[in-house]
Design a protein. Structure first.
Length: 364
């Protein structure tokens, strides 16, 4: 072994996840040995690549080692990039749409400074996205860049937003997600900083377009750990409150993802105004709520209440707290039903959902 190099043997593992590679890098590893049949999660591969750590596969226990493919050729998603997608008529139209959505976010005070970001998955491995350090009000089509699904920029003059990693994790696990909008609308963010969710069955539009909102745990924005906080929630929620930060929405188009941000923000704001009136807030009945869910299903929008196995824990509304506008998340709002610090259970479900995504991609 060359001097200054350190290899850490993880050959006994069937799964190597983010925590394993973080530990290895902290221990000073310059290469990691993994069994040939071991699953390495996409984010763990990204992390290794970012830290210049080589991934070496071991043919069989005690067998000869061979250099693995570079960490950049992640299992999830195709690795071929089509640069031509960046200047197609479709891309030009979407760049304009991203700019007009950026302006809407700013005009509605959903973003501040250079905050917020917008992306669109234009190809299987290609994502158009807003740049870092530009106010969403000032965006022009020339500011929009393109990256691959691992966040490597492949086109565009301005560097991509660091929060794109959050968008990419959503694209990797939710095939229906074509667009992601992240912003900081004040009333919804007020919920996010209290770790509470709004009650359901009060306003039909909210029920149909958003419905149950999850709360993901806090991590430092822009990091891979932050990006992964939403993984347990995004398959069954199109809108997630990001603890102590803001919100993220995904949809089939950039415009629709921004609509969901508007619907959630207006709902949270309206509830706060209603609470000030001091009169009881009336509810839509469970039966009428079922009608709304049927409309939602027809529109192809996700809702955790469609999951029959979870219906017991997720009744349509939250009638046991008649006049509260800020509820503790329930199991229906996500796998743990809690926000805040990450527990072993959170990590386990995180690893499980990443592994599922990897397995899905491998099967394809
Ligand atoms: Zn943010």
């Amino acid at each position: 072994m060359k001097s200054g190099t350190k290899s850490i043997d993880l050959g006994g593992r069937r799964l190597i996840a983010m925590r394993d590679v973080q530990d290895a890098v902290t221990a000073g590893a310059t290469s990691i040995v993994a069994a040939e049949n071991c699953v390495v999660t996409p984010s763990a591969r990204d992390f290794l690549q970012q830290h210049g750590v080589e991934l070496v596969t071991e043919k069989s226990a005690g067998g000869s080692q061979q250099a693995a493919q570079p960490a950049s050729s992640a299992i999830a998603g195709p690795s071929v990039v089509n640069r031509r997608l960046f200047s197609t008529p479709e891309a030009e139209a979407i760049k304009k749409e991203i700019c007009s959505v950026g302006r809407k976010l700013w005009m509605r005070q959903f973003v501040d400074g250079n905050g917020g970001n917008i992306s669109y998955r234009i190809g299987p491995n290609e994502v158009l996205c807003s740049p870092t350090l530009v106010s969403k009000y000032d965006l022009t089509p020339d500011d929009i860049g393109m990256t691959d699904l691992e966040g490597v920029q492949i086109a565009g003059a301005k560097p991509r937003t660091s929060e794109l990693l959050l968008h990419l994790e959503i694209y990797k696990v939710v095939p229906e997600a074509k667009a992601v909008v992240h912003c900081h609308p004040p009333h919804a963010t007020a919920y996010a900083i209290t770790g509470r969710v709004p009650p359901n069955l009060i306003i039909p539009e909210f029920e149909v377009f958003v419905g149950k909102v999850a709360v993901s745990p806090y991590e430092t924005p822009g990091t891979q750990a932050f990006a992964e906080t939403v993984l347990p929630y995004v398959k069954s929620h199109n809108t997630v409150l990001l603890s102590n930060h803001g919100i993220v929405c995904w949809a089939d188009t950039v415009t629709h993802a921004e609509w969901y941000a508007e619907v959630l923000e207006t709902y949270c704001w309206t509830l706060m105004l209603a609470a000030q009136l001091g009169a009881p807030i009336s509810r839509i009945s469970e039966e009428q709520g079922s009608d709304l869910l049927a409309i939602k299903k027809k529109l192809g929008l996700p809702d955790i209440r469609f999951d029959a196995s979870r219906m017991k824990e997720c009744q349509l509304s939250d009638l046991e707290v008649p006049n509260s506008i800020a509820l503790e998340p329930t199991p229906c709002d996500g796998p743990t039903g809690r926000s805040g610090t990450t527990t072993d259970g959170d990590l386990e479900s995180l690893v499980r959902s990443v592994t599922d995504a990897v397995m899905d991609a491998m099967e394809k």
